[in-house]
Design a protein around this ligand. Structure first.
Ligand SMILES: C[S@@+](CC[C@H](N)C(=O)[O-])C[C@H]1O[C@@H](n2cnc3c(N)ncnc32)[C@H](O)[C@@H]1O
Length: 214
């Protein structure tokens, strides 16, 4: 029976999160995530909210595109993840992390040009997903961009048996529900438009960009 959610990462997995991703992806994660971040078209003075930021790996890469006018705020609830973020981004004055739940109301309003949800969103039940999107909508400036890096919608039943087996073993039950939602329609009904998408790993993973209607 798969676990309901695996998005709260603790202990050994949290301590070695980046190394585990590199190992599982046979070393491909590094170049993949670099490509994703470059596909975000980050501008030098962007203010970026990284929701469920993890170890700061994405933040460090995003920071390469920023001038000192730009900034990144990471939010996470995992103490181990936050400690790694602080260590990894210690040299970057305009990159910060705070311990905050992204699925509860956030005190951030009309501040950010971009918000990123990277491999986080699929691990929440629908009522929490509503709260996360409401937080992103409130935190973004009008015309700001929400990026969701996560699974592309696909029919798990039509994938080869070994893929189904690995997916069900590795992923939580909520991830299976996530695959069935038309996320562009979902976001359209919640004030977003102007979608753009890029896919990776043979269309299994997608970077979806949605713009907050100004
Ligand atoms: C799978 S990791 C992804 C980390 C990072 N975004 C990345 O792409 O490398 C999920 C992250 O979400 C964080 N997280 C889980 N639930 C959260 C919540 N309710 N609020 C904030 N962060 C959360 C976890 O602590 C973990 O760091």
């Amino acid at each position: 029976m798969p676990k309901e959610t695996k998005v709260e990462i603790k202990g050994f997995e949290a301590k070695h999160y980046d190394a585990l991703l590199d190992f599982i992806s046979l070393g491909k994660y590094k170049s993949f995530i670099r490509r994703v971040i470059s596909d975000m078209n980050i501008q030098p003075d962007d203010r970026i909210l990284d929701m469920g930021c993890g170890t700061g790996r994405n933040a460090c890469l995003m920071a390469e595109f920023l001038s000192e006018k730009g900034s990144i705020l990471g939010l996470d609830i995992g103490d181990e993840m936050i400690a790694q973020f602080e260590k990894n981004c210690a040299e970057l004055a305009h990159v910060n992390v705070q311990k905050m739940r992204i699925d509860e109301p956030l005190p951030l309003e009309n501040e950010f040009d971009k918000a990123l949800l990277s491999f986080v969103f699929h691990g929440f039940p629908p009522e929490k997903q509503e709260k996360i999107i409401a937080n992103a909508r409130k935190a973004l400036k009008p015309g700001g961009e929400l990026f969701i890096l996560d699974y592309q919608e696909f029919d798990l039943g039509k994938k080869p048996w070994f893929f189904r087996l690995i997916f069900k073993k590795a992923e939580c039950r909520l991830a299976q529900d996530y695959l069935k939602v038309d996320w562009k329609n979902y976001l359209k009904a919640r004030g977003f438009d102007d979608f753009d998408e890029k896919t990776y790993f043979r269309n299994i993973v997608r970077l979806l960009r949605a713009r907050l209607v100004g």
